[in-house]
Write a protein that binds this ligand. Structure first.
Ligand SMILES: Cc1cc2nc3c(=O)[nH]c(=O)nc-3n(C[C@H](O)[C@H](O)[C@H](O)COP(=O)(O)OP(=O)(O)OC[C@H]3O[C@@H](n4cnc5c(N)ncnc54)[C@H](O)[C@@H]3O)c2cc1C
Length: 376
């Protein structure tokens, strides 16, 4: 079997693999190092809607933002609360645009290679990694991996919930949507089996993606999701509509200790590195920040450090425990959070950019008894 050498190999060309490739080739010290991305699954063919908040207007993915909102809404049984999130914006990228953007970069750079070959195994010998695919043997000194084993995480003794969601992108006859604000969480829907909420991304007065989301252990049926969706659309907009796209997925919510390195010694990226925030399911921005860090470390010849146990992991564990064992209390805390704390402070906290002092102010506004019970 032939052995081909690459400077860098990335296993998985999804959200994390592509963002890492982008940061590497745009790094000021990049000198045409060869990069191979291996992904057998063609995940890019399954459309996803990625949203995230960001501060700057000058975002590297600005050119492929599909929609950007300056306001966010939260729905309570007593009504919707819409607020500006300035200086943040909430932006939406279609995964199709994201992959087009990155495949263009791949095609324009002779040093980047993309392959759908199947990875059979990979291991480290001395300073080199050897990756065996169904076609060839590959050798590299820098290996990044987004492969992870969901069963291993689910069978661990960590808390494990699923963020399940199902939604429709619809077109309506009437101009019914408010395109100024995305609805992050509307808690006014039925609360069975876990914490449920509706998520609404209005792209225009006639067009929106509406999803029903549940933080729960039990798998929801499509019938359940569709019944709640229909009821939600009927209650809020009461108009005729055409479904143009369906999205269904589930994202792990766990305090499993993801490691910086895989057991083979490769550098883990994306979900495999715990970049999905356990309590929200957001990962896009965390992956973005991590990709910048990893690209810097690569060119500075620094070995990445193992992840440390931050206080944010502790907060995540407390909320996950509440959501798992007392969903009604978890729901109450989420509602109180959005009622009493400014949306900007919440976004800053979820980005893990807040100071201890800011966190103390935030927690002071929440029912402390429920949190304290989770510690003991
Ligand atoms: C439908 C959906 C919507 C989401 N929406 C948001 C959002 O709005 N905002 C947000 O911040 N986050 C969101 N997330 C969470 C997060 O951004 C994504 O899960 C993100 O795709 C994680 O990046 P990743 O590279 O780790 O995984 P992926 O993007 O799934 O990429 C992993 C890649 O590795 C490949 N791969 C894995 N194992 C193997 C193997 N053994 N052999 C070969 N190839 C393999 C897969 O084919 C895939 O291409 C969403 C997730 C989903 C599923």
């Amino acid at each position: 079997m032939n052995t081909t050498n690459y400077d860098i190999v990335i296993l998985g060309g999804g959200c994390a693999g592509m963002q890492l490739m982008h940061q590497l080739i745009h790094h000021t010290n990049y000198r045409g190092e060869s990069i191979l991305i291996l992904d057998e699954d063609k995940t890019y063919l399954q459309p996803k809607s990625w949203c995230f908040w960001h501060k700057s207007e000058d975002h590297p993915y600005q050119s492929i933002f599909n929609t950007t909102w300056n306001n966010l809404s939260i729905g309570f049984p007593e009504g919707i609360k819409e607020k500006s999130i300035n200086p943040y914006r909430y932006s939406f990228i279609k995964s199709e645009s994201f992959f087009d953007f990155h495949f263009k970069e791949i095609h324009q750079n002779n040093h980047i290679h993309y392959s759908n070959d199947k990875v059979l195994k990979f291991e480290k010998c001395g300073n080199d990694f050897f990756i065996e695919t169904n076609q060839e043997m590959i050798k590299t000194k820098a290996l990044y991996s987004s492969f992870w084993n969901q069963a291993e995480v689910a069978n661990d003794r960590s808390i494990f919930l699923q963020q399940q969601f199902y939604g429709w992108e619809i077109y309506t006859d009437q101009p019914v949507f408010n395109p100024r604000a995305a609805t992050l969480m509307d808690f006014s829907i039925t609360q069975t089996n876990g914490v449920n909420f509706a998520y609404v991304l209005p792209h225009s007065e006639h067009n929106a993606l509406i999803e029903i989301t549940g933080f729960c252990e039990k798998e929801y049926s499509i019938d359940f999701f569709e019944a709640v969706l229909k009821q939600y659309i009927q209650k809020n907009w009461n108009c005729s509509y055409k479904i143009i796209k369906t999205e269904r997925a589930s994202i792990p919510m766990t305090n499993f200790t993801f490691k910086r390195f895989t057991k083979e010694g490769a550098i883990a990226i994306g979900t495999a590195a715990g970049m999905v925030k356990p309590t929200t399911g957001y990962a896009f921005n965390r992956i973005y920040r991590d990709s910048i860090l990893l690209a810097n470390q690569y060119f500075n010849k620094e070995v990445p450090a193992e992840f440390s146990h931050t206080r944010f992991k502790f907060y995540d564990r407390l909320l996950l425990q509440l959501l798992k064992h007392s969903p009604s209390k978890g729901l109450h805390i989420l509602k109180q959070l959005f009622r009493k704390v400014s949306y900007q402070q919440i976004l800053c906290f979820l980005d893990e950019d807040s100071s201890l002092f800011q966190e103390a102010l935030l927690f002071a506004k929440l029912p402390k008894k429920d949190f304290i019970k989770q510690i003991f």
